[in-house]
Design a binder for this molecule. Sequence first.
Ligand code: AMP
Length: 304
Amino acid sequence: MALLVVGSLALDSVETPFDKVEEALGGSATYISLAASYFAGPVYLVGTVGEDFPQRYVDLLSEHNIDLEGLKVEPGKTFRWGGKYHYDLNVRDTLFTELNVFEKFDPVIPDKFRKAQFVCLGNIDPVLQIKVLDQMENPLFVVCDTMNYWIEGRKDELLKLLKRVNVLIINDSEARLLAEEPNLIKAARMIREMGPEFLIIKKGEHGALLFSAETVFSAPAYPMESIFDPTGAGDTFAGGFIGYLHKTQDLSPENMKCAVVYGSAMASFCVEKFSVGALEKLSYLRVQDRFREFQKLSRFDEKD
Ligand code: AMP
């Protein structure tokens, strides 16, 4: 069994009220694959970078046993993204998006990767996400992310894609936009009717909701005193979620709940440092410890 991750690799310049960083490693595929690498291998990455992509970032991904056969180095510059967070870290302005080589990204899945049974489609054009699925032999479990930009600009393609994915992971405002429905519970039902058996709605520092035919499961967020940089938290969540399912090979609704909590645990590490700083030197034991802290957070018993 293997896990395929497709998405962006970026050089991020991020400013928060506390500090700033320039041209740090970022991108959806980066966060997803690093998070997933703590669970089970192999993790296959498909993406594109320019000739200026620093070798130390390639080394960092390789050191996490991420297979980079699908990483294309194209003539030109790497995708760059800049963001600035306000005092309320839930509010972010995008300062710039320089697509560079990412503009012509055309994911070609290497032969070896086509057999992967777990697939995580990072936030890219739904046309490309469909193209990835068309190249896969027989994927067992497909998770996908998207954003407002695609919901507004590529709705027809997104709706086609949703019929082919098992889990859609989006945030609350994206869910409302996709369903054109302000009530999240109703919106979730409507989105599940579009195709995905499971829907995860992320609510930032308020946790995440998992919707399935049987139930709604609510996972808390980890109460953190210092959030340093929220960039990539959503992608890291997705990486932890699918990484855990890839490791356990158990796709039951009950195990899906544990996967949501593992996703939340990974996201809680991500925000502790700039860029991927907190995802570089974790261990599975530390991840498990944090998972158990999540269990304590919302466990309660009724007295007779
Ligand atoms: P998130 O905080 O989950 O929204 O993810 C932030 C990451 O997404 C950053 O590392 C960016 O490099 C990357 N990113 C920002 N805009 C785009 C875009 N249009 N397409 C792909 N990746 C992007």
